[in-house]
Design a protein around this ligand. Structure first.
Ligand code: SAM
Length: 240
């Protein structure tokens, strides 16, 4: 239930500075959102790829959101620390691999929210240039399909918050859900499919790799030798 979820009446009422204390000055706002970010693997993977861009994960589960919050706080500290880190159980000094990460993880944060209800409360029209839907809950049963995070009604909201030229990435290991997402996005007049090779030619190969392998769910599927189905769509102009 989300009766206790706080959300702003409009994006203008939302203060991003507690989320991005180093960067959210002068009205700087997120331009990338990871919907249902889970444990935050994608945020961490893409943070150094766009250190000047604010990236926010949206997650409905309170404990998971807290975990990601703590994880980002730890990474922010580790990024500043150039010293060798010694683990208490390990006699061998371990190098702090996060030290000096571009952007120092100051550009990522997580927000507890029901993204199916409150997206336009957080983001203005055309505010975002990238939206991720990575391994969304499949809701297998037909009577639960309305609970899926990609649906004709919600696509109108995603098109609203995404600017023309912006990209929606989807990935899942559930073939039926992949077909469902592709069918709905294809049918929606404001989205046009863009293939993986074209994205790589456009220099977005690192993002594609993070989409496929950067999340906890993607890594689990990898370990189990499962199949991953990728699709991406570009937000096109409104033809009135
Ligand atoms: N994207 C992550 C990954 O690939 O590891 C997590 C995938 S997990 C299967 C789906 C996540 O979406 C869960 O963490 C769940 O709590 C979250 N979620 C489901 N419905 C949501 C909603 N309406 N708003 C925000 N998050 C949601």
């Amino acid at each position: 239930s989300d009766h206790n979820l706080a959300y702003p009446p409009s994006p203008a009422h939302f203060d991003w500075s507690p989320h991005f204390p180093h960067l959210a000055h002068a009205g700087k706002r997120p331009e990338v959102a990871d919907i249902g970010c889970g444990f935050g693997g994608l945020l961490i993977a893409i943070a150094p790829l766009m250190p000047d861009t604010l990236i926010v994960g949206m997650e409905i589960r309170a404990q998971v959101t807290q975990y990601v919050t703590d994880r980002i706080a730890a990474l922010r500290l580790a990024a500043l620390d150039n010293d060798i880190e010694m683990s208490s159980t390990d006699a061998v000094p371990k190098k702090n691999i996060w030290a000096g990460t571009p952007g120092g993880f100051q550009n990522i944060s997580v927000l507890r929210s029901n993204a199916m209800k409150f997206l336009p409360n957080f983001f203005e029209k055309a505010q975002l240039h990238t939206l991720f839907f990575l391994f969304p809950d499949p809701h297998f049963k037909a009577r639960k399909h309305k609970a899926r995070i990609i649906s004709p009604t919600l696509l109108a909201e995603y098109a609203y918050v995404l600017r023309v030229g912006g990209i929606v990435y989807t990935v899942t290991d559930v073939y039926d859900l992949h077909n469902w997402m592709v069918t709905h996005l294809d049918a929606f007049p404001l989205f046009k499919r863009i293939d993986e090779a074209t994205l790589r030619e456009q220099g977005k190969g690192d993002i594609v790799d993070a989409v496929l392998n950067g999340t906890e769910e993607g890594q689990k599927v990898e370990r189990n030798g499962g199949q991953k189905y990728f699709a991406a769509f570009i937000r096109i102009e409104d033809e009135k």
